[in-house]
Design a protein around this ligand. Structure first.
Ligand code: FE2
Ligand code: FE2
Length: 276
């Protein structure tokens, strides 16, 4: 079982750049190509929010067109840059999303339960889990207590040390999330986005992982007064492999790198045991 996890596409209308610099549509296309090259292929793809930059229908058209190239199911939660109703409209043909209310869902991918939580607060950058969403999580976990589960939401529930991002993390519902996850050891991961970097912390007794963006990355700046900036570091995504009842997670670069090169040592390789 292989679950690919991409985040923060920030698609723009065709021809437009994010913040005048970031070619997010091109980067998202590269990410889809990268997913299509995977061998073995993923069984499903998760997206932890910010599919679009401004929640515009034209932006969702771009995303929906790209994701349609993937032969496996795709499950997405909204981020603060998304808008709930255009998001719902864009993926209306995907049966996993509810027709009204928060965009919460619970689906199965093989033996794994995937629970998506809507942390979007309309018009705000920070995240919140409303009481309906908290009770949805509790009900979903109680329904299949023995199934290994992944919980996904856009806003991370912990401070990363990147101050300007921490101010817009999950500000409401983090304590309830911790309580519920602590009481449900079948939760193997909490998967987030929003921070545009690969970051991990233990949370409620499980591993909480923030995926990098497939586009631009937030600058690594741990000063308390660090400015809100992004950089065009190599983009990436996470691959969660489930085998023998456990998950192991790999970080993969989106772009192709030189290689592969076989580990061949010629006999005259300095330091090699068989060298004269
Ligand atoms: Fe984002
Ligand atoms: Fe975000």
């Amino acid at each position: 079982m292989l679950i690919a996890h991409i985040s923060d596409l920030h698609a723009r209308p065709k021809g437009a750049l994010a913040y005048g610099v970031s070619e997010t549509n091109l980067y998202a296309e590269h990410a889809v190509h990268s997913l299509l090259r995977l061998d073995p292929a993923p069984d499903c793809v998760l997206i932890t929010g910010d599919l679009t930059d401004c929640g515009l229908d034209e932006e969702y058209d771009v995303v929906a067109g790209l994701l349609a190239r993937l032969p496996c199911p795709v499950y997405a939660v909204p981020g603060n840059h998304d808008r709930r109703e255009p998001f719902r409209r864009a993926f209306a043909q995907q049966a996993y999303l509810p027709e009204a209310g928060p965009l919460n869902f619970a689906v199965s991918c093989g033996d794994v339960r995937i629970i998506g939580l809507d942390s979007l607060v309309a018009g705000q950058s920070h995240g919140a889990l409303e009481p309906d969403t908290i009770s949805f999580l509790e009900r979903s976990l109680a329904a299949e207590p023995n199934a290994p589960a992944l919980v996904m939401l856009h806003h991370p529930p912990f401070d990363t040390g990147i101050a300007h991002m921490d101010r817009t993390r999950l500000l409401t519902g983090a304590d309830e999330l911790k309580r519920i996850v602590s009481a449900n050891p079948q939760v193997h991961r909490i998967l987030c986005g929003h921070v545009h970097r690969s970051i991990q912390q233990m949370f409620g007794g499980t591993l909480c992982q923030i995926a990098p963006s497939v586009g631009h990355q937030v600058m690594l700046d741990l000063r308390d007064d660090g400015p809100s900036c992004f950089v065009l570091e190599p983009a990436g995504f996470l691959l969660h492999r489930f085998a023998h009842g456990e998950f192991v997670t790999h970080l993969s670069a989106v772009e192709r790198a030189p290689g592969p090169f076989p580990f061949i040592l010629p006999d005259d390789y300095p330091g090699h045991r068989s060298a004269a």
